[in-house]
Design a protein around this ligand. Structure first.
Ligand SMILES: [Zn+2]
Length: 246
């Protein structure tokens, strides 16, 4: 482990995530609904083009409007989550080449978690973007490093995780969506790249994360029995813990 690298990574994760609150706000809409074009808090429309998406800090210069979520999803929470996630990756991976390959996934993971917490959805374009930043660098690493076995293991892990979550998703009344299935399969890819212990830890951890969170929310009356809780943030946190544990 190298402290400067951990600090740099953490700064990058926090800084990159600071640009995302407006993106999360605009994308946290029900299935089939276009991204928000205006702030629901003050009615101000977002500018057209990139300027309407990129803003450091809260989603609107006026008073931030947040859809009720049982856990914080505001700009500070996103920056903290990005900084912490990147620091943990750097701590776990040190200076090996897998670290730069996985760091771009941090802001996207934060964004996915924020959107899922707000609207219980993992939009396909975001999961696709995560796949686009995670898979190609790892494929390249394996091929350049002459380790095709790691690639085969990553693909096998993704297939196994996808199949396992798909079976659960097809059971009635379990609250697992197909977005969760796709995300679980995708997250198993880098875990498989690192090794089977990472896959095992990364697949078990989400349920260890979500259990206590659900109990805490029930006890503090932030959620009631039957309240739908998103699985995406737990899948992402669990994958991170899998990397750290491996
Ligand atoms: Zn506003």
């Amino acid at each position: 482990m190298s402290l400067p690298i951990v600090i740099l990574a953490s700064g990058y994760g926090a800084a990159a995530s600071a640009f995302l609150p407006r993106v999360a706000y605009r994308l946290a809409v029900p299935f089939g609904v276009a991204p928000r074009s205006a702030c629901a808090g003050c009615g101000r429309p977002f500018p057209a083009g990139l300027r309407g998406w990129v803003r450091v800090g809260s989603s609107c210069p006026g008073r931030a409007f947040h859809r009720a979520s049982p856990v914080p999803t505001g700009p500070l929470a996103m920056v903290a989550a990005g900084g912490l996630a990147a620091a943990l990756l750097a701590l776990a991976l040190g200076t090996v080449a897998v670290l730069p390959a996985l760091l771009p996934a941090v802001p996207l993971g934060v964004l996915l978690a924020a959107v899922d917490l707000r609207c219980l959805r993992l939009p396909d374009p975001l999961v696709g973007a995560l796949a686009a930043v995670v898979v190609p660098p790892l494929v390249l690493l394996a091929l350049v490093g002459g380790e095709p076995g790691r690639l085969a293991r990553a693909a096998a892990a993704a297939g196994l995780a996808g199949a396992a979550y798909l079976m659960v998703a097809l059971l009635p009344r379990q609250g697992l969506g197909f977005g969760d299935v796709k995300l679980a399969a995708l997250l198993a890819f880098p875990l498989g790249f690192l090794g089977w212990p990472a896959v095992a830890a990364g697949m078990i951890a989400p349920h260890l994360v979500n259990g206590p969170v659900a109990v805490f929310l029930l006890v503090t009356a932030r959620a009631r029995r039957g309240t739908a809780l998103p699985l995406g943030p737990a899948l992402l946190a669990g994958a991170l813990l899998g990397v750290v544990a491996a």
